[in-house]
Design a protein around this ligand. Structure first.
Ligand SMILES: NC(=O)c1ccc[n+]([C@@H]2O[C@H](COP(=O)([O-])OP(=O)(O)OC[C@H]3O[C@@H](n4cnc5c(N)ncnc54)[C@H](OP(=O)(O)O)[C@@H]3O)[C@@H](O)[C@H]2O)c1
Length: 281
């Protein structure tokens, strides 16, 4: 059996954002090895392996996203949206986090949807930090249902608490978007699947930013995060490949009947939190 062929990605046009480092880089590398035509966006980190096209991109602005959309091919078989930033220390960048970590995901997906082929896939990188999405589902839906970039900006302006919540709200919006769009005619009319992975703590280009985002002290931040997320289960940090590889599987033909899923890749942390929440209700 041709194991690589099972992915169904050879000669297919795939787009990966945030491909220069971390999980996006791991996914791009595997996609290139599987023979896909990889259109990879990079910003500060150039790629160190060959792809079909490496496209320098700024994805936190509408202008940057429009420029990227103009560079991409007319038919796309898989879209992997991997870019992201963390909250800054003291959180002055709530809106920047929302635009980078959610609104750009929606914008890019909807701009490229008309080019997605029959049976193609959209896969986001969310986070297990977004697991309490149920508590914010109504607010997420309001934002998801705004028409276009400017209406979304107005929504953020009228919801400062959620905007300033930064990372967690953006990831909750990603999760709700996956659930909301799975049967949307714009997706199912051509059987475009939509899923997300929701990673736990992973050593990547973002690790120092995450560690610093609590107080500015990276060593202290790391110990707090490890206490919160790893100590209860004798856990370890994941590698970028432990996220990027399952993401490729999810976006490939191997998962051709999987849609509307947020796949937590966190060694069961979110599952444990969910059980505790249900039992304590
Ligand atoms: N690491 C974790 O523990 C963890 C856990 C859960 C979820 N996640 C999520 O995983 C995803 C991938 O992040 P990662 O951990 O692999 O970190 P990473 O190595 O920093 O990768 C993120 C990539 O996104 C790019 N990027 C960020 N903002 C951008 C912008 N405005 N325009 C263009 N490119 C931009 C970065 O480009 P440059 O650095 O080159 O500028 C970088 O290559 C993110 O969505 C993150 O929220 C991470």
């Amino acid at each position: 059996m041709d194991i690589g062929g099972l992915f169904g990605l050879e000669g297919k046009n795939v787009v990966v954002t945030g491909a220069g480092s971390g999980m996006g880089r791991a996914a791009s590398r595997l996609l290139a090895e599987l023979g896909a035509n990889v259109y990879a966006t990079v910003r500060r980190h150039p790629l160190d392996f060959p792809v079909k096209r490496e496209i320098p991109s700024e994805l936190g602005t509408r202008e940057g996203l429009d420029a990227l959309v103009a560079e991409l091919p007319p038919v796309i078989d898989a879209l992997f949206v991997c870019h992201g930033i963390s909250n800054s220390v003291g959180m002055t960048n709530g809106l920047e986090v929302q635009l980078t970590n959610f609104l750009s995901f929606r914008y890019l997906t909807e701009a490229l949807l008309p080019r997605m082929s029959e049976g193609s896939s959209v896969t986001f990188i969310s986070s297990n930090g977004g697991w309490e999405w149920r508590e914010r589902a109504a607010a997420c839906m309001e934002l998801i249902e705004t028409a276009g970039w400017d209406e979304a900006l107005a929504w953020y302006a009228s919801h400062p608490e959620l905007t300033n919540d930064g990372y967690v709200f953006a990831k909750q919006c990603q999760n709700v978007y996956v659930y909301a769009k799975v049967h949307d005619p714009a997706f199912v009319s051509r059987h475009v699947r939509i899923n997300a992975i929701a990673p736990g703590l992973t050593k990547t280009g973002l690790t120092d930013d995450f560690n610093r985002s609590l107080t500015g002290d990276a060593a202290f931040g790391q110990s707090v995060l490890e206490d919160m997320y790893l100590s209860t289960w004798n856990g370890r940090w994941a590698t970028p490949e432990e996220m990027g590889y399952p993401m490729v599987v999810l976006g490939s033909r191997l998962c051709s009947y999987v849609s509307g899923q947020v796949l937590y890749i966190d060694w069961g942390s979110a599952a444990e939190w969910e059980l505790e929440t249900i039992l304590s209700a």
